[in-house]
Structures are given as C-alpha cells and as structure tokens.
Design a protein around this ligand. Structure first.
Ligand code: FAD
Ligand code: SF4
Ligand code: SF4
Length: 655
C-alpha cells in the first residue's frame, strides 16, 4: 500500500464510481480499499449501466502483457508505454483485474459509493520467531528454509496484494554450481559443495523442478548453468518471450508459496513493514507494519529483510544516477511496490548503506540506455537493434554511429529516438532475424518450434499491429509508418525539413560508402529510399536495482553498521542487500571488473567505495562463489535468501 492509500484508509473515504473514472489516483485508492460499505447512487450522464464494474490500468503497469493475453474481448492494447483498456470493447468480466500479477488494475462499480468507516487504529500484535519482509524470491526462500531448519513460527509481511515481486517476472536461475543435477549430467563437481549447489539440491526436494529447469549438457561448456524451460502452462500464450510471468522466477515463487501454505508460514498481504523495533542493545525484537485494518506489531527474535531494491524510488535513483534519471522518458519495469523500504528502515536503525559509485556499465542489466523498444515486442526490438536502421533524435538529426556502443540516449532531447528504415531494410533485417535462429539463452540457437522462434517469426505482424494502432489514433509512442519521409516526420512530431535533409545526407553517405558524420561501417550503410518508411520508437528502460546501494551485509548476510559490526538478529537478502565480500553469484559471463571484497586497502580490508562497510571484519571473504559480483538478480536473490535463512536459523538456535 502506498502513502496515499494508507492515509486514505485511516479516514472516512467516499468516492462514486462515475467520478472515479476521471481520476486514476482515486481509482487506485478505491481499488485497494473498496472492501468497505457499498451504497448505490445516481449514475445519470455516465452512459454506463448502474452496477457495472469498470476496470482501469494504473501507472505501475510494467507492460507484461498478461492482461492483454487473458482478455476475452481483445479490449486491451498498447498504450503510452503501458497497456490500456478500450472501454468500448470491454465486457467488464474482471479477468484482467484478477490476473494482473502486480494487482495494479483498479475495479470500481458505477454508481457505487465506496464508503470506509474510520478505521480501527489500535495496534494488532503478533508473535513469531522470524519475520521476513517481502514475498519475492529472496523472502519466500528464506522463510521456507528457516522453517525447515528450525520448525519455528515464521511470518512474511508483503506490501503488495500478491506474492512475487520482481522475481515473478524473472527468467529464473542461471548460476548454479556443484548440484546433484550437474553431477548426474556428467559435469565435474567439487566435493566441498558450492552454496549455489546446496540451494538447488534443497529446492529440487520441493518437487517439480525438472518441469521448469534443465541443466546444461557437458558439451554446452556451461557447467554452472541451469536453464529455464519454456513458460508455464498458464502463461504459455503470452506473446513475447522477453517479458511477463511464467518463467523460472514464477515457478520458484509459486513453489515457495505452496510450501508456505503446507508448512504453516503465515503471509500477510498489503501489510508493508515500516519500522524496526530493537532493544537497548540493538537486538531485533519486532517490526511495525501497516495494514488495511490499522497498525500491526510483529514481535520476533530475528528478521530477514527481503523487500527488494529501490527501482521505483525516483528520488533515490536520481540521487545516485543524476544523469540517467533526468526526468526524461524512461520505461520502468520494476514493480511499483519496490521502493527500498527495507533499505530505508535498516538505515534508520544504523545499518551501513553501500555508497559505491557505480557506472551504468557496471549496473548488471538494471538500466538500458537504449534505444530500446521493450516491452512491446521482442521481435520489433530485435529489428531496431540492427545497425542498418538510422537513429534519429527528436530534432530530426542522427546522433550516433548506429553500429557503435556507448552513446547515451540521456543526452538526447526527451531521451527518445526513432529507428528509421525503409521497406527494403525492414524485409532484409526481418528475414535475417528469422533465419538466424539465434535468440535462445545467451544468444544460442533455439528449437524452431520454441516460443522464442515463434515470437521472432511474428516480426512483421507485430510491427504492423503497432503501426495500425497509430493510424487509429491511439495515444502513445507506437511504430510510425508512412509513404513519404515528410509524412513520417509529421507522425514522429519532428520537423520534416530537418528530417528529410538528414536522410538525404545519409543517403549520400550510402552512395559514397563513407559516413562522414559518425563513421558507420560501410556494409551497414543502406539508403532509406523505398516506401513505405517505418520509424520505431526508442527510449530507455530501468529495471530493479539488484543490490546496488543496498544494505551492507557480512559473509553471513548479517546486516552491518558503519563499523562493520553485525546488528543482532537482522539479516538481508536479494536486491535489498549490497553484496559485500563478493558474496552474490553471477555467471562467469557477467564477471565484474570491480573487485568487491578484495582483501586489501583501507577501511578494514574493503577498498573504500567498493561496497563494503568500512571496518568490516570479514572483508574479502567470498562465501558463495569465486566470482566477485555486486549484482543480485533472481539467482542471487533466491540463493542469498537461502543463505540468510542458514544464518538466521543458527541465530535463533543460539538465542
Ligand atoms: C521484468 C523483470 C524481469 C527480470 N528478469 C530477470 C532475469 O531474467 N534474470 C535475473 O536474474 N533477474 C531478472 N530480474 C531482476 C530480478 O527479478 C530481481 O533482481 C530479483 O527477483 C529480486 O528478488 P528479491 O526477492 O530481492 O525482490 P523482489 O522479488 O522484488 O521482492 C521484494 C518484495 O518485497 C515487497 N516489499 C517492498 N516493500 C515492502 C515492505 N515495506 N514490506 C513488506 N514487503 C515489501 C515487494 O512488494 C516485493 O514483493 C527481472 C526483474 C524484472 C522487473
Ligand atoms: S474486464 Fe474483461 S473484457 Fe474488460 S478489459 Fe478486463 S479482461 Fe478485457
Ligand atoms: S502489469 Fe501486466 S497484467 Fe498488469 S496491467 Fe500491466 S500489462 Fe496488464
């Protein structure tokens, strides 16, 4: 629950459905607290029958395509960087409302007055051994493993209406070493089993893992890799393999939720943790949270913070990356509730928060400078990534070598560009994409009948779908298509004279084979001359912060203060925690140049500004693997959740 709805829940709250249609903010609030008393009022003038339920997609939409896939009326279409409901086509069936993994579709009844009495503000008190903040991958694994080890009472507090967090959308595992699966597949495994292998062997005992994961074969030469198999049955029709639930992360979440139910782990949804309670020695004794009914105090002996990073806290993102978070266009994939609450709470009681100056090159897929068309269609994104396209900014000018790296879209007006091509280029690149077949894990070739291959074959369909939306006048930044360059420029809202001049100049470079402006490779210089012309919208995106600027932890995943001292009973895992001492695994392909945890330098062993807490006693200890990496991600999240549970269970046994 965000601040707005929390405040609203504390006072008398009244809204009529008709008024709510005009106000997404109110609708959002109504959607989350509409459980109150219902009273029918006049709906005259709305044109919609009294009692009809209206659905509205709010700003937190990450464009995962689930609602669009499940809608029986094709009433949901791409809007302005998120999906939107065409109210004229909507059957008011509520399927999208129920299926949205983020619960950010609002439901309101026309003519109803949602009326909430003054809420009971007294504090509900609960007791447990371990409280876990967040029901994402890290939190769920931590809770189940701790319960397995201790048999103690575990409570999970979750801010959202549903479990999963960012993990629900992730591809799942990749980096696992020394598991039994790997041994059985013929890989060489170490006797002293890596923690990643320990985690995976435990996870397999929970059942069904073979339906969702497969181990790399020895000949694939990736002895650390566990691949995710195609999407789960429920989500198999999602149109785009690059986004949406149904992959390994979803399976891990669903499996762990099933374990929580079986093992009596209590899960409180819409109950965001707000404050830690400690005794006079700094020992963890409880967590204060908010809920629809009022405040909840959960007394505990230990806590695992697994409430994710801060990919939706724009104030903090701007503080750490001012050039990137420049208030210009940026598509955000991070779930709306992931605002760094656990990090803030830990800092409030004296935890050290990582101050490393990361560059975006080290940010582990957290930010993409573009041009990116994600998440509309992976095939369209793949098309526009080809260097034969011409990249045009909103002033109608080229701004970089389309085949080169490093130019930041943040420097361009609005942080937006269009990738422009003519009919010949589109056809050439499209057929090349389909014939190459190289769009499996890590760019490997895939089975031609796979989801990925099928999605890629739809490149033309996807492109024309978007162009048609634009023709229909749907708002948004869809692909533009026109028979003349001037017409195309007008659709892009770019000065036609400037645009035509730029393309003419570029076409001259194509004739001479020399790009005098940006030095693009000669073989990529193809003239823009054959109609129809296309312009694919490109922007930037950001995802989850993946441990960057998170809570510093030691090699047991205990939260540490600026002196490097463990804060008793407090653990952190997943994106909430910065990896200290090279703690979190990542595939060898993602090896970092920054050597977090190098056992030398100032501050008690951790080079200052490298992610460790100054003075921390366990600098340089590399517990989980030999690859130093500051990056979380879904593998890092679930394995660190497992590892934090080992520490917390030990602590609980000894307290
Ligand atoms: C679209 C998308 C695709 C991704 N794909 C990949 C991928 O393919 N591979 C990969 O490695 N990584 C991927 N990632 C990143 C990866 O999902 C995350 O790094 C990882 O899942 C984080 O796990 P977590 O458990 O730490 O946090 P999350 O899964 O985000 O869970 C945190 C939970 O805490 C809850 N919470 C927040 N505040 C509070 C509070 N105050 N009280 C209680 N609960 C709270 C949130 O609602 C959330 O449910 C992807 C992320 C996204 C968004
Ligand atoms: S309510 Fe039903 S018909 Fe309307 S947009 Fe949602 S899923 Fe589609
Ligand atoms: S997050 Fe996904 S399911 Fe929810 S509204 Fe957006 S596209 Fe639809």
């Amino acid at each position: 629950m965000d601040g707005t709805s929390r405040n609203l829940s504390r006072r008398k709250f009244m809204i009529t459905g008709a008024a709510a249609i005009a106000s997404p903010l109110l609708l959002n609030a109504a959607g989350s607290i509409a459980a109150g008393k219902t009273d029918k009022t006049n709906t005259a003038g709305t044109g919609i029958a009294k009692g009809t339920k209206i659905y509205y997609i709010n700003d937190g939409c990450v464009g995962c395509q689930t609602c669009r896939t499940f809608c029986p009326a094709q009433a949901i279409r791409f809007g302005n960087c998120r999906n939107e409901i065409d109210q004229k086509k909507c059957l008011h069936c509520g399927t999208c409302y129920r299926e949205c993994p983020l619960s950010i579709i609002s439901e309101t009844e026309i003519g109803a007055t949602y009326y909430e009495e003054n809420k009971n503000t007294t504090t509900k008190v609960m007791d447990c051994d371990l409280v876990v903040l967040g029901a994402g991958g890290a939190g769920l694994v931590a809770a189940v493993k701790a319960r397995d080890l201790t048999g103690g009472k575990v409570i999970i507090l979750e801010k959202a209406k549903k479990p999963g967090g960012a993990t629900y959308f992730a591809g799942g595992l990749a980096s696992v070493k020394d598991s039994k699966w790997q041994k059985d597949a013929g890989h060489e495994v170490k006797e002293s089993q890596d923690i990643t292998g320990q985690f995976f062997d435990w996870f397999v005992t929970k059942g069904d893992a073979e339906k969702f994961f497969r181990v790399a074969k020895p000949e694939e030469n990736r002895q650390w890799a566990i691949y995710t198999l195609p999407r789960t049955e429920k989500y198999k029709n999602l149109p785009d393999p690059s986004i949406g639930p149904g992959r390994g992360g979803t399976f891990i979440v669903d499996k762990m939720v099933e374990c929580c139910r079986k093992q009596g782990i209590q899960m409180l949804y819409e109950t965001p943790a707000r404050k830690f309670i400690t005794d006079n020695k700094g020992k963890m004794t409880g967590v204060l949270a908010d809920s629809i009914e009022g405040q909840v105090l959960v007394n505990c002996k230990a806590c695992v913070i697994a409430s994710g990073g801060f990919g939706r806290d724009f104030k903090k993102l701007k503080k750490y990356w001012p050039e990137e978070y420049n208030n210009e266009e940026l598509f955000v994939l991070c779930p709306p509730g992931v605002t760094g609450d656990g990090i803030n709470m830990a800092e409030e009681i004296g935890a050290y928060i990582d101050q490393t100056k990361w560059s975006m090159d080290q940010a582990g897929g957290f930010f993409a400078n573009g041009p990116i068309h994600h998440p509309y269609s992976w095939a369209v994104q793949s098309l526009m990534s080809n260097a034969m396209f011409v990249s045009i900014n909103l002033k109608g000018k080229r701004w970089k070598n389309e085949g080169g790296f490093g130019a930041s879209l943040a420097t361009q007006p609005g942080s937006v560009v269009y990738s422009v091509a003519d009919a010949e280029i589109i056809e050439a690149v499209g057929s090349q994409l389909v014939s190459s077949g190289a769009f499996g894990p890590m760019g490997s070739a895939v089975d031609p009948d796979s989801n990925e291959a099928k999605a890629m074959k739809k490149w033309k369909e996807d492109l024309e779908y978007e162009a048609a939306l634009d023709e229909e006048g749907a708002r948004g930044n869809h692909t533009k298509k026109a028979d003349t360059l001037a017409e195309l420029a007008l659709k892009m809202d770019i000065d036609p004279l400037m645009f035509v001049e730029t393309i003419d100049r570029y076409n001259n470079f194509c004739e001479t084979g020399k790009d005098l402006d940006f030095g693009k490779q000669t073989q990529m210089l193809k003239p823009i001359k054959t109609p129809p012309f296309y312009a694919i919208y490109g922007h930037r995106f950001s995802q989850c912060t993946k441990g960057l600027h998170g809570i510093a932890v030691n090699s047991k995943l205990e939260v540490v203060n600026p002196k490097g001292e463990a804060m008793p009973g407090l653990y952190a895992a997943g994106d909430a925690c910065t990896i200290y001492g090279g703690l979190i695994i990542d595939g060898p392909s993602a090896r970092r140049t920054a050597s977090a945890g190098t056992p030398s330098g100032a501050s008690g062993g951790v080079p200052s500004g490298m992610g460790g807490a100054p003075g921390a006693p366990e600098a340089g200890v590399n517990v989980l693997s030999t690859e130093p990496s500051p990056c979380g991600g879904s593998s890092g999240a679930v394995i660190s959740g497992y590892y934090a549970a080992l520490g917390a269970a030990d602590y609980l046994k000894n307290t």
